[in-house]
Design a protein around this ligand. Structure first.
Ligand code: KIV
Ligand code: ZN
Length: 537
């Protein structure tokens, strides 16, 4: 069977931004629009120009600057709205006006209560139909590509919906969208709605029917897929499923359902799935909406296996527990998460990947230590594994260096500066140093380096929030070394500068302990050699 194409209509910048708290700046929206173009979506709904000068400007600039997808502007079925949309899109040739009006009786009674829309419900229905037609005709004077949405189609009387949609098609609408505005429909119902409206108003091959599903009952993606099985060929969706209330259908889930189950749908999209994860991260960063770890496709656990049985299965054959590859959506291919449910196979294969040599004799003790640590920590990362092998904790019990005091100052008109006082425990001496740096942490690390004076490079520094809010706990991990083995340090605190200092000192102490061990081995070896030389002389 020939594969048909689904038009991916991304509304992250319009319906997505309507999520309470998701507002983005114009430069952020432009960056997202460029990313959506790289992702290769077909249509970008860039905003609702009449609603504010900022929205107008965002749509205008995206239409001017972003090449590839059709750029769409939303308007109510009102002259001023359509004109604002047309003006915002002016000068670009690949544009669409998306005009909408509510059609359900619930909406008609509340939004069109005023008698100027008619006294009876029948009169109001007639007025709404006329307004839709007028808005479409006006939109057509700006662009040939006009989409009409019957808002709350999911709760609209079918006969009336067919009347409005037929009138919209006659007026020139090229896309007909049937939104389940309130996320009320169950999948079979939504599929029937699409099929029924297509049956009564279909026949024009140039008209595409579209789904637009909200997630109030957690059915947005399922309903969108049911809609396309019923004949819709456009899906309206958002990155990470953000949107009004519970959100919209998640673009990444819809796209990957079509990829993974192509054998079922026989439908494709043009989306470059490898960019899904980075697009998700960009939207999450700009909106401030954290992606839940268990979110499909783009959640950090979407490809992670912690249970021993699963790890063992995946390590033997990936498809045992995976229906797609992390790399296919741009996620890290490291799928084995080490935690309290992990088994030996998972642990030692990760250590092998990290180049850590573990002899058979060491394995039992190492696994026992790992299990003990996993009972105290949610997740064991690579740095923990280095610690485990290098017995970092014993170094912490007998530190070579203690950071007795530090001060960091930053300001708008000065370079960040750090002062530190470090005790060299073995020599019972104290060293005080000052340094400036590119930021407060750089300044602090430089000052500590001067005070400790142990040659090394900073190999890795990561910071992650392990709770939410302005007083969130920050967990800092540091990895240092100089050619040979690496030494890790970790600390967490609500004060990220404090956590950074502590993590850095832990890594330095670990390295100092290792170097001291090597020196004493060397000292003993030299002593033996000297005694041997004397004896043989
Ligand atoms: O949910 C909805 O009905 C909408 C329309 C404006 C298409 O977002
Ligand atoms: Zn919507």
């Amino acid at each position: 069977m020939a594969t048909e194409r689904i038009v991916i209509f991304d509304t992250t910048l319009r319906d997505g931004e309507q999520a309470p708290g998701a507002a983005m700046t114009i430069p952020e929206k432009i960056q997202i629009a460029h990313q959506l173009a790289r992702l290769n979506v077909d249509v970008i709904e860039a905003g609702f120009p009449i609603s504010s000068p900022g929205q107008f400007e965002a749509v205008r600039r995206i239409a001017q600057e972003v090449q590839g997808p059709t750029i769409c502007a939303l308007s109510r079925a009102k002259r001023a709205d359509v004109e604002a949309a047309g003006k915002a899109l002016e000068g670009s040739d690949n544009t669409r006006i998306h005009t909408f009006i509510a059609t359900s009786d619930i909406h008609l009674k509340s939004k069109f209560a005023d008698e100027r829309y008619g006294k009876t419900l029948a009169d109001k229905r007639e007025s709404v139909k006329e307004m839709a037609v007028e808005a479409i005709l006006l939109s057509k004077t700006f662009t040939d590509d006009v989409e009409f949405s019957a808002e709350d189609a999911g709760r609209t009387d079918l006969k009336y919906l067919c009347e409005v949609v037929s009138a919209a098609i006659q007026a020139g609408a090229t896309t007909i969208n049937l939104p389940d505005t309130t996320g009320y429909c169950i999948s079979d119902e939504y599929a029937a709605l699409i099929a029924d409206v297509m049956e009564c108003c279909g026949g024009n091959e140039d008209v595409i029917f579209s789904t637009h599903c909200h997630d109030d009952l957690g059915l947005a993606v399922g309903n969108s897929l049911a809609g396309i099985l019923a004949g819709a060929r456009q899906v309206e969706c958002t990155i990470n499923g953000i949107g009004e209330r519970a959100g919209n259908a998640a673009l990444e889930e819809v796209v990957m359902a079509l990829v993974v189950r192509e054998n079922y749908f026989s439908l494709t999209t043009e989306v470059d799935a490898k960019l899904l994860f980075e697009t998700s991260k960009m939207v999450s960063t700009f909106t401030g909406f954290v992606v839940q770890p268990n979110k499909g496709i783009v959640g950090r656990n979407a490809f992670a296996h912690e249970a021993g049985i699963h790890q063992d299965g995946v390590l033997k054959a990936r498809e045992t527990y995976e229906i797609m590859r992390a790399e296919d959506v741009g996620q890290d291919s490291q799928s084995i998460r080490l935690g309290r449910h992990s088994g030996r196979h998972g642990l030692f294969s990760r250590m092998e990947k990290l180049g850590m040599e573990v002899s058979e004799d060491e394995k039992d003790k190492l696994y026992a230590d790992f299990v003990q640590l996993a009972d105290r920590k949610k997740e064991i990362n690579d740095i923990d594994l280095y610690n485990l092998v290098h017995e970092n904790e014993s170094a912490m019990n007998h530190p070579h260096y203690k950071l007795e005091q530090f001060n960091v100052s930053v300001g708008t008109d000065k370079q960040p500066e750090a002062t530190v006082r470090v005790r060299h425990v073995r020599h019972d001496s104290v060293v005080e140093k000052v340094a400036t740096g590119d930021g407060p942490i750089d300044a602090l690390f430089r000052a500590i380096d001067h005070a400790v004076n142990e040659g090394h490079d900073l190999v890795n520094y990561t910071i992650r929030s392990i709770s939410e809010g302005a007083d969130a706990f920050g967990e800092v991990s540091v990895l240092i070394g100089l050619g040979g083995p690496l030494f890790a340090g970790k600390a967490s605190s609500t004060d990220v500068i404090y956590a950074s200092a502590e993590a850095y000192m832990n890594a330095l102490n670990s390295m100092a302990a290792h170097r001291a061990d090597e020196e004493s081995i060397q000292f003993v070896a030299t002593g033996i050699m000297q005694a041997f030389d004397r004896g043989s002389a």
